[in-house]
Design a protein around this ligand. Structure first.
Ligand SMILES: [Zn+2]
Length: 278
């Protein structure tokens, strides 16, 4: 899933390419693509795109009175659409402009979870963005320490929870834990001010690396391409200490970590996979 660096860099690219383009049409290709009824997307017709922003992992297309809020989920992409074919492959919705290419929301696979919300600009504090906590880059040591104390849970789970901290996903949760030299299973309530400060520094470090990579590209990377120290590197040597990167797998994702850097050498196990981790 695209995370903060990928979405941020994509917003910047789209702003560069589409700012000022006048919206002439919004065309959903199936009934799940548009998640809202009011206001009508037609409210934005005739308005220029003022810019594309980001909140958490959402893209925000700003047309003045209304914003289109887009979540790409796992397989969604918002692509420059030169062809504008009547039935685009994997097409979910299209934004057509008075001149130049359109923007096409696509989603690979059958899940149909990516979507578009048309939201009055003065209602942006409501759904769907109201479920987001503070942006990952807006936390400081003190505010994160307070949030850790308020919700005592595994660090990896906290970092992936958009209500607690917005913009990180499975990859950055792994990368942040590694850079902070903390176990993904560390309980947030025990991390204290020192642990929170280490996590804030790790977030900025991991996001900066991802942004530098992503801003050098002309399109959004896929997960396997992104730079990382532990994510997608299970079985490889840790770039810090050369120990072998290990993992604990869950149905939807993999927690990757370095035992030497993060868990005092302890191999993490859970009930479902421990027998495979020998
Ligand atoms: Zn290591």
């Amino acid at each position: 899933m695209p995370e903060l660096p990928e979405v941020q860099a994509h917003a910047e690219r789209l702003t560069d390419q589409f700012r000022g383009a006048v919206l002439t049409g919004f065309v959903p290709f199936n009934f799940t693509a548009l998640k809202t009824v009011l206001p009508s997307p037609k409210t934005a017709y005739g308005n220029p795109l003022l810019g594309v922003g980001r909140r958490g992992k959402y893209l925000l297309l700003d047309f003045g009175a209304v914003h289109f809020v887009i979540h790409l989920m796992q397989g969604g992409r918002l692509l420059v659409d030169d062809k504008q074919s009547p039935k685009p492959r994997n097409g979910q919705a299209r934004f057509a402009f008075a001149d130049g290419p359109a923007l096409l929301l696509t989603e690979a696979g059958r899940e149909r979870r990516a979507g578009v919300w048309c939201v009055a600009t003065d209602a942006l504090a409501g759904p769907p963005l109201d479920r987001l906590g503070p942006d990952a880059l807006d936390y400081n040591g003190a505010t994160l320490a307070a949030a850790f104390t308020a919700d005592n849970m595994r660090l990896h789970g906290f970092l992936r929870n958009q209500r607690h901290i917005a913009g990180l996903g499975r990859m950055l949760a792994n990368e942040v834990c590694h850079r902070a030299q903390l176990s993904p299973f560390a309980m947030t309530g025990k991390l204290g001010a020192v642990g929170a400060a280490a996590v804030v520094a790790a977030i900025h470090d991991a996001v900066a690396e991802g942004l530098a990579y992503e801003r050098a590209r002309s399109d959004m990377s896929s997960s396997a391409d992104r730079p990382g120290r532990v994510h997608h590197r299970v079985g490889e040597p840790c770039p810090v200490c050369a120990a072998t990167i290990r993992s604990v797998s869950y149905s939807g994702y993999t927690v990757a970590y370095c035992p030497t850097c993060q868990t005092s050498g302890k191999v993490l196990a859970d009930n479902t996979t421990s027998k495979f981790l020998k």
